[in-house]
Design a protein around this ligand. Structure first.
Ligand code: FAD
Ligand code: NAD
Length: 330
């Protein structure tokens, strides 16, 4: 078996899931990520109000393989079940909305899962890959500063579709498919209150106007935040229409929408933050699993190849790894 590493671009949940499966098969990998840490859209942002999940709020596990992985994360203390008191806006009225769905979060923050998965895996952070070249046998990567990395036996591109198509030029069919995937933006805002809000809600599906969803950070297990902090996500449409708005404007808007909906008085927040996710979710789900030119040794994975959720991203990374291992075994 080759001792030349496999390059994985993107240390989000899809890249890490691929890395884990490849390493379990005895294959060396090296991860690259433009950020300073792992997690991507599943990372938690370090703020003066503690670590906050400004991306994925929670996840569900419907696939039996992913459910087994989540049980493993729970056993390792990286994840826990979250049992929120859920509400829903229906015909302009807020009301409790119970269901039987099991939901999970990372503990003590969403980042714990990808940090745990990363473990001792070789990784280069703060490195934005801009080009991927194939030589006679191996792959070489180049970053935004012009630095080269390689040789690599295979490459896995585990980043959002819009960014992936720029790196897939060596495989035009894959690049074409990625280019046809529209990724929708999401504005995310957190507001922290010194006095806990007097509401029975922990989370609410709004799906109306500016607000898509909001949840109470301290209702999640393992959170230790002195402020009562609420994270809200804008709808895709509102986010698209306000893509270039200032953070202050976005905070003001979502604060106003939250205050209008709430069933209790809303004091002035002691803390606020806004984050814009340009490529938050694919406009539609796909059934690709992953994309590959197995003979060239180039693969693409990520939530956009499946359901646009944490589970889909994890499964997609797993599928990319499965196809690499299957090809090498031939
Ligand atoms: C606001 C929001 C709320 C969400 N809520 C939920 C939810 O409640 N439940 C759920 O299941 N899912 C949710 N999701 C979706 C979920 O977060 C994603 O499906 C999942 O995290 C995607 O993982 P990924 O590995 O495919 O991509 P990403 O997490 O985007 O990882 C890609 C990584 O690649 C890096 N990267 C990108 N380009 C380059 C480059 N050129 N060079 C090097 N590195 C690069 C990035 O820094 C990033 O770390 C939400 C997403 C957002 C944004
Ligand atoms: N903002 C973003 O960028 C982004 C990206 C990806 C996923 N997400 C969100 O992540 C969640 C993940 O989906 P999932 O299938 O894993 O979780 P889920 O089963 O909790 O939710 C799926 C969808 O079902 C509906 N729903 C579920 N429970 C409900 C309840 N009790 N009352 C009313 N409606 C309810 C909601 O419309 C929800 O969006 C979704 O809410 C999705 O909108 C957001």
């Amino acid at each position: 078996m080759s001792s030349v590493s496999i390059a994985i671009i993107g240390a989000g949940i899809s890249g890490l899931s691929a890395a884990q499966a490849l390493q379990e098969a005895g294959l060396p990998v090296h991860l690259f990520d433009k950020s300073r840490g792992s997690g991507g859209r599943m990372a938690s942002k370090r703020t003066e109000a503690g670590r906050l999940d400004l991306g994925a709020a929670y996840f569900t596990a419907r696939d039996r393989r992913f459910a087994a992985a989540v049980r493993d994360w729970q056993a390792r203390g990286w994840a826990s079940e979250w049992r929120p008191s859920l509400y829903e806006l229906r015909q302009g009225q807020l009301g409790p909305s119970q269901d039987e769905q099991e939901r999970y979060v990372g503990t003590p923050s969403m980042s714990a899962i990808t940090r745990g998965l990363l473990g001792e895996t070789p990784v280069t952070f703060g490195c934005r890959i801009t080009e991927i070249f194939r030589g006679t046998r191996h792959w070489t990567l180049q970053d935004a500063d012009g630095q080269s990395y390689g040789p690599f036996s295979q490459v896995v591109v585990a980043i959002p579709a819009t960014q992936a198509c720029n790196l897939l030029t060596a495989a035009p069919v894959l690049a074409g498919k990625a280019a046809n995937v529209a990724m929708e933006p999401t504005w995310s805002v957190a507001l922290g209150f010194s006095t806990p809000l007097e509401t029975g809600m922990d989370g609410c599906f709004v799906r109306n106007g500016a607000l898509d969803w909001f949840s109470r950070d301290r209702s999640k297990p393992g959170r230790d935040n002195p402020l009562d902090t609420w994270v809200m996500h804008a709808t895709s449409q509102w986010s698209r229409e306000h893509l270039d708005a200032s953070k202050e404007t976005v905070i003001e808007h979502l604060h106003g929408a939250f205050a209008e909906l709430l069933d209790c008085p809303l004091p002035e927040p002691a803390f606020s933050i806004a984050h814009r996710w340009l490529y938050a979710r694919p406009a539609q789900p796909h059934q690709w699993g992953s994309l590959a030119d197995v003979d060239m040794g180039i693969h693409a994975c990520g939530d956009w190849c499946l359901s646009g959720r944490v589970e889909g991203a994890w499964l997609s990374g797993r599928e990319a790894a499965r196809r690499i291992i299957e090809h090498l075994d031939k």
